[in-house]
Design a protein around this ligand. Sequence first.
Ligand code: ATP
Ligand code: MG
Length: 203
Amino acid sequence: MVKSTSRKTLRKTLRALRNGLSDSQQQHASFAVRDSLLTLPEITYASSVACYLPNDGEVDLRPFMHACWGLNQASERHTSLPVLHPVCKGHLLFLRYTDKTPMRVNKYNIEEPILACPDVIPTFQHQVILMPLVGFDANGNRLGMGGGYYDRTLASIQTRTIEPKLIGIAHDCQQVDKLPVQSWDIPVNAIVTPTQQLSFNRT
Ligand SMILES: Nc1ncnc2c1ncn2[C@@H]1O[C@H](COP(=O)(O)OP(=O)(O)OP(=O)(O)O)[C@@H](O)[C@H]1O
Ligand SMILES: [Mg+2]
């Protein structure tokens, strides 16, 4: 397991580790995470799940999204993707995503749905938000890519009584013994990797 050091060094080390995974390791991780997610009650009962498209060696959630779309209409589960907020800089919006959604490339070279107001699913209306991360620890702390996008977006809905369950998605090699945490970092409720399901009580 990677030892704790500065956030900058950790990001560099952990990003290199996940980018070093082979295509077959990535594919295996993607199917293992799909299968693991589909066993979680939070997912079974969710009607809206925020996902992401893979970037920089992240676990690919497309097989999971396909599984969500394959459900019959009675148990329909919407999937959404993050879009850089056009007005509220540094925040995210989540837009409904299907295999027919028109896409564009954002300033980070990541594909996102083209903004269309009827497709916006408010952040607090998701039952589950699956979050990419660079590093995690056994206490549910999360280190992202450093933009603060998820931290800001989730901070803005924290006063609501019903909040989405936050599930961090990672490769096993992204685990750190203890992450250096900042006051603004929002911890997750659970972590899913190809071999682990960790859950954390947040009261
Ligand atoms: N709620 C917030 N309000 C204002 N600024 C924030 C908030 N949360 C984070 N930030 C700012 O965002 C910057 C990046 O934060 P951090 O290093 O935690 O990003 P990250 O968690 O790696 O990224 P992300 O949330 O996109 O995954 C920090 O400089 C921090 O000041
Ligand atoms: Mg953070």
